[in-house]
Design a protein around this ligand. Structure first.
Ligand SMILES: [Zn+2]
Ligand SMILES: [Zn+2]
Length: 370
């Protein structure tokens, strides 16, 4: 098969749109015709080299939804015509974490940035035969992709793909961090630093369990304005105001019960720690560039204030349960998805999409396929 895809050749260089050869799905694999794919910051980190990828050329893209066109031998629960959301961490179903229901911690997780499929072989190739990797085992910035069935979640056919694709990363990641990882409680106070695809969904998660105070912090006024529509009760522009002073003022000097960091920088993780109340929870959701190795957190304060510092990946969620649940909440008006999409791009406009992301113009930009 042939497919047009956005390929990363060199760190920090724009993606190249070109036609690749795509293998037929092998045993336990499915071919998916992509409909919509979100422009998540994680793809940008891979593109820019902030976080190492195992190889290039590599097709990026991991927040996607589309329609199954073909299935390989051994695929019994997924059929051509099924609508699916891609999962950026697969669920092998066999490792100790999957068996315990913690599929977000699947043993295959470390393989997702390497390039080949888990069996070491490739499905995408240049016309000259050179192998091309698939970021997160998916390579979703492609008209067609072939992935293992353990990387897809079948969804109902009644959801628009633009909304559904976001649930594959940003929505699960943010909502789950609030609800499944931190267990935000009714009446509690919450701080969210960084209002992008993840941060806006942390706010939605906290609002869904009736947190009474949700403070959104970002450097862009436009994002702060959007945050109110997702449930933020207070906003702080971290470039114009002192975050800690403002949080203490709003909380009568106590700090927040739950402080989330979704910017991916040690400095703001340190601020989240300081902004949390005694016994509060500090949840790091942003994936920091790999050259940062330490956090500016006082070990003495950690003990004296008895705060809990935790990370959350993929919303600490079992994606096959969480994705349909979140789509059902969307259907019933309990979370907003359409409002997260600020602009759509064609595959050929994908580099513009990343420029807009860096300029803070989007909550989520989306690549829409014909
Ligand atoms: Zn993502
Ligand atoms: Zn597993």
């Amino acid at each position: 098969m042939k497919t047009r895809a956005a390929v990363s050749y060199e760190e920090g260089h724009p993606l190249v749109i070109e036609t690749l050869d795509l293998d037929e799905p092998k045993t336990n694999e499915v071919c998916v015709k992509m409909s919509a794919v979100g422009l998540c910051h994680s793809d940008y980190h891979a593109l820019a080299g902030n976080r190492p990828v195992g190889m290039r050329p590599m097709v990026l893209g991991h927040e996607g939804a589309g329609i199954v066109t073909k299935v390989g031998h051994g695929v019994t629960d997924i059929r051509p015509g099924d609508h699916v959301v891609l999962m950026f961490i697969p669920s092998c179903g066999k490792c100790r974490w999957c068996l315990a229901g913690d599929t977000h911690a699947c043993a295959l997780g470390p393989s997702i940035a390497k390039g080949p499929q888990p069996d070491g072989s490739f499905r995408m190739h240049k016309q000259n035969g050179q192998n091309v990797g698939q970021f997160c085992l998916l390579g979703a910035f492609s008209e067609l992709t072939v992935v293992h069935q353990q990387s897809v979640c079948v969804i109902g056919k009644n959801y628009p793909f633009e909304a559904a694709c976001l649930v594959g990363c940003g929505v699960v990641g943010g909502f789950g961090a609030a609800v499944n990882r931190a267990h935000v409680r009714p009446g509690s106070s919450v701080l969210v630093i960084g209002i992008g695809g993840i941060g806006s969904n942390i706010i939605q998660g906290a609002a869904s369990v009736n947190a009474s105070m949700i403070v959104a912090a970002d450097q862009f006024d436009q994002k702060l304005e959007w945050s109110r529509s997702f449930g933020a009760t207070h906003t702080i522009n971290i470039e114009k105001e002192n975050l800690l002073e403002k949080v203490m003022e709003i909380t009568d000097g106590v700090g927040v019960d739950f402080a989330f960091e979704a910017i991916s920088h040690p400095e703001t993780i340190g601020l989240a720690f300081e902004a949390a109340a005694k016994m509060g929870k500090v949840v790091v959701v942003g994936l920091t560039p790999s050259h940062f190795e330490t956090l500016p957190i006082s070990p003495l304060k950690l003990v004296l204030t008895q705060k809990t510092l935790m990370g959350s990946i993929y919303g600490t969620s079992n994606a096959r349960i969480e994705i349909p649940k979140l789509l059902s909440m969307y259907e019933h008006g309990q979370i907003k998805l359409d409002e997260l999409v600020t602009r759509t791009y064609s595959l050929d406009e994908i580099n513009q999409g990343y420029e807009d992301l860096l300029a803070g113009k989007n909550i989520r930009g989306i690549v829409k396929f014909d």
